[in-house]
Design a protein around this ligand. Structure first.
Ligand SMILES: [Ca+2]
Length: 236
């Protein structure tokens, strides 16, 4: 019985690993804001990032080119040598990915605040910010995170992660997925944007598939049998 229990446990683990294998990395173009390459030397260099559209004040920024004004961050930036910035604007990209029912989408972004901006001089710093997944068709907000959910220490980047389970019926099904990055004012920085789709929902509230139910039922029965046998031995 002990061998049966271990075998069922291993089977259950293998089945649960199947959902992780179903992950699909969605292409976020220029996800690290390294294009166009701004290079060096200083003074600071900024440009509108390739493959993103910017509404208001924002762009990509060569961090290394700005060191003459102080060290912007207390540690290396998350990826490459350039990051996006927003001074009250929004950066957005419509992905080549259709919103499908019963899928789980995750958005991971590094969000940071510079330490060389004086909050006394620039009142309102650090600003409010948000990152989110939207429907490109009608602009419906699917999920977002902002300063009320994650505290970003000044001088550092923080990994921000959100997920969204698509319902089986919604007006935006079939629309393209869109990423938006926003700051209410001077200045929020963004880097290393990643979007992943999972073919199976990882929501714990989702009813398990019949095959999973059978495994867990067998596993429960096996564990119950072990308990009964042990009790009988104690009685004997
Ligand atoms: Ca970068």
């Amino acid at each position: 019985m002990k061998r049966l229990t271990i075998g069922l446990l291993m089977l259950a683990v293998l089945m649960s690993m199947g959902s992780a294998e179903a992950a699909i990395q969605i292409d976020v173009k220029n996800h690290s804001f390294e294009l166009p390459s701004l290079g060096s030397p200083p003074p600071w260099l900024v440009a509108e990032p390739d493959d993103w559209y910017v509404v208001g004040r924002g762009g990509t920024w060569n961090v290394g080119s700005h060191l003459e004004d102080g060290i912007p961050f207390a540690e290396a930036i998350p990826d490459g040598s350039q990051v996006a910035y927003s001074n009250g604007g929004m950066l957005a990209q419509t992905l080549d990915a259709t919103i499908l029912a019963d899928m789980l989408y995750t958005l991971d972004v590094a969000v940071g605040f510079r330490q060389d901006i004086d909050p006394v001089v620039y009142q309102g710093f650090p600003p409010n910010w948000s990152v989110g997944l939207y429907s490109a068709g009608d602009g419906t907000l699917l999920a977002s995170l902002d300063q009320t959910s994650v505290i970003i220490p000044i001088g550092y980047f923080e990994e921000v992660s959100l997920d969204f389970v698509v319902p089986d019926a919604a007006a935006y099904l079939g629309d393209d997925l869109q990423v938006r990055l926003y700051s209410s004012g001077l200045q929020t920085n963004f880097d290393n944007v990643r979007v992943t789709q999972y073919e199976r929902s990882l929501d714990t509230n989702v009813v398990p598939e019949p095959a999973s139910l059978i495994v867990w039922t067998l596993l429960g029965a096996a564990c119950a049998a072990v308990v009964v046998i042990r009790r009988r031995r104690r009685v004997a």
